[in-house]
Design a protein around this ligand. Structure first.
Ligand SMILES: [Zn+2]
Length: 318
C-alpha cells in the first residue's frame, strides 16, 4: 500500500471510530499552547457554542508534573474531551491524574467522560450540585442537544465530581503546588480558580473573559465585581481564561469584564429605578461599545435581562 493509500486508510479508520462514538470526525484541531515551563492550554473558537464550531468555544488548561497531569476544565462535548486527551498525549505520556472543573457550565464539563474513563479524578465545588440536581442541568442539555447536535445529544453524560470541595484546597503533585480557590459566587456560585504559584499561572475559569462579551446570565454581578479585584491582587504572569487568548496583562484584560458588568448594572439599574420596562430599556441603551465584540448577539440580551432582574431584587433589598 502506497503512503497516500495508507494515510487515506488511517483517515477512514478514524472516521469510522468517530462514527462508532455517535458523531462525525471533529474538524477542530486542538493545538496545545505552551504558557509556562509546565503549563499548556487549548483555546476555543470565538463566540458562543454552535454546531458550526462543533461546540469548541471554551478553553481547557493542563499542567504536566513529574507524577502526572492536572487538567483544568473539560471543554463542551465528549468528542472534545477525547480530543483534549489526545492533545495532552502529544505533550506527555504521563497519566491524567486530576481534572478540576472551574464551574458546571455546559461548555466546561460536557467533555469529562473520556477524561474520567482515562483514570482522572474529578474535583469541583459543592455549589455545582444544586445545578446538577434541580433539573436545570437536564434542561440545559435538551437545549444544547437541539442547538449542538451531533456534538451534544440526550445521552451526553452529566458527569459528577468524584470529590466536592467545600472551600479552598491546596495539593502538591509531582513537586508542583496547586492552590484551588473558591471564588464564587461570581460568574457562577461554584467558581473555582486554580493558582500554580511556581509557574506564575492562574486558571481563572469564566471570571475573566478576553476578547468577547462575557456570559453573565443570572450571575450575581455585584459579587463578581468584588472577586475581579481579588483576581487582580493575585498578580499572575499569565492568566488562562475560560474563553479567549491567555492574558499576559490580567489587570488590563480584567478591565473589559469589569467595565461591561459596571455598564450593565448602571443601565439596567437606572431603568429599574425609573420603572422602565425591560424591552424599552434594552432598546434605548446604547450598546455600541460592545456590539462589535464576539458573542454580543448571543449573550448581550440574556445578560441585560438577567441583570435587570438582579437590579430589581437588589432594589427591593433581596
Ligand atoms: Zn461559564
Amino acid at each position: 500500500m502506497g503512503a497516500r493509500h495508507f494515510a487515506a486508510a488511517i483517515a477512514a479508520l478514524a472516521a469510522t471510530a468517530a462514527l462508532a462514538q455517535g458523531h462525525p470526525p471533529l474538524k477542530a484541531r486542538l493545538a496545545p499552547v505552551h504558557v509556562s515551563p509546565r503549563a499548556w492550554y487549548v483555546q476555543g473558537l470565538p463566540g458562543a457554542a454552535s454546531a458550526a464550531n462543533e461546540a469548541f468555544n471554551s478553553n481547557a488548561g493542563f499542567v504536566v508534573t513529574d507524577e502526572g497531569v492536572v487538567v483544568v476544565d473539560a471543554l463542551g462535548s465528549p468528542a472534545l474531551g477525547n480530543e483534549l486527551l489526545e492533545a495532552i498525549r502529544k505533550v506527555t505520556a504521563k497519566p491524567v491524574r486530576r481534572v478540576i472543573v472551574t464551574h458546571y457550565h455546559a461548555d466546561h464539563f460536557y467533555g469529562l467522560k473520556p477524561l474520567k474513563d482515562a483514570g482522572a479524578e474529578i474535583w469541583a465545588h459543592r455549589g455545582s450540585l444544586d445545578y446538577l440536581t434541580n433539573g436545570e442541568a437536564q434542561r440545559r442539555r435538551e437545549q444544547r442537544a437541539r442547538d449542538l447536535f451531533p456534538w451534544v445529544d440526550a445521552q451526553t453524560p452529566l458527569v459528577h465530581a468524584d470529590r466536592w470541595l467545600d472551600g479552598d484546597e491546596a495539593f502538591t503533585l509531582g513537586g508542583v503546588r496547586f492552590e484551588v480557590q473558591h471564588f464564587g459566587p461570581a460568574h457562577s456560585p461554584e467558581d473555582l480558580v486554580v493558582v500554580v504559584p511556581q509557574e506564575g499561572v492562574v486558571f481563572s475559569g469564566d471570571i475573566l473573559f478576553t476578547g468577547r462579551v462575557p456570559f453573565v446570565g443570572t450571575a450575581d454581578s455585584k459579587a463578581w465585581l468584588a472577586r475581579i479585584g481579588r483576581l487582580i491582587d493575585l498578580k499572575p504572569t499569565f492568566m488562562v481564561t475560560g474563553h479567549g487568548e491567555v492574558s499576559t496583562d490580567p489587570g488590563r484584560d480584567l478591565a473589559l469584564t469589569r467595565d461591561y458588568l459596571v455598564f450593565l448594572r448602571a443601565e439596567m439599574g437606572r431603568a429599574v429605578a425609573d420603572f422602565v420596562p425591560f424591552e424599552d430599556a434594552y432598546r434605548r441603551t446604547d450598546w455600541s461599545r460592545y456590539a462589535s465584540l464576539p458573542a454580543f448577539e448571543a449573550a448581550n440580551r440574556v445578560n441585560a435581562y438577567g441583570t435587570y432582574l438582579l437590579m430589581e431584587r437588589e432594589s427591593l433589598g433581596q
